[in-house]
Design a protein around this ligand. Structure first.
Ligand code: FE2
Length: 184
């Protein structure tokens, strides 16, 4: 039911920014495997998968020129881009039935374990657990995806990046579980 409420927004995202839409589908599919591996119950699985599907919904309100830019973002453009977790959170607050755990994934998926992320600079276990998991899957999918302006990393290289950044950017415990579950 919660999933169905979001169909309109995600359809808009598909029309406007198909790259982000496809990425969201892949991240939620990987989240489903994580949920199974973590033995989450049905309700928790629904929260993790739905939150991962919606994590970048705030990009609906970010100028398309910025989303499609193939060169580096200017500091101003980067500041706008960094608004997407907060914008997505506001957008989802209109849906009274959505669980807090889902909205937290959208809000905090760019926080970093070391506190250097955004929007709130949360660190360690202060970052909601499912947002920490989403951050790992999100980063992995971004790294291995081809873009018009760059070729994606190999799975091996992306795995190495996850391990290098475990304990700094990512929750090391979930990096290890992710790597084990997917036999990386
Ligand atoms: Fe994002």
């Amino acid at each position: 039911m919660q999933y169905m409420l979001m169909i309109d927004e995600m359809n808009q995202l598909m029309d406007r920014d198909s790259h982000t839409y496809d990425h969201s589908v892949r991240v939620s599919s990987l989240a489903k495997v994580m949920a199974l591996g973590l033995n989450l119950n049905e309700r928790q699985t629904n929260h993790l998968v739905t939150g991962c599907f919606l994590h970048d919904i705030g990009k609906l309100r970010i100028p398309i020129e910025i989303l499609n830019k193939t060169s580096s973002l200017t500091p101003n453009e980067w500041n706008l881009m960094k608004l997407h977790p907060g914008v997505g959170t506001e957008l989802l607050h209109e849906y009274q039935y959505l669980d807090k755990e889902i909205i937290e994934i959208v809000h905090f998926h760019h926080e970093r374990w070391d506190g250097e992320g955004y929007p709130n600079g949360l660190s360690g276990r202060d970052i909601p657990e499912f947002a920490r998991i989403c951050a790992i899957i999100d980063a992995f999918d971004c790294m291995v995806s081809n873009r018009p302006y760059r070729k994606g990393l190999s799975v091996g290289e992306a795995t190495k990046q996850l391990l290098t950044n475990a304990g700094q950017q990512f929750d090391e415990n979930y990096v290890r579980i992710f790597i084990k579950l997917f036999n990386l």
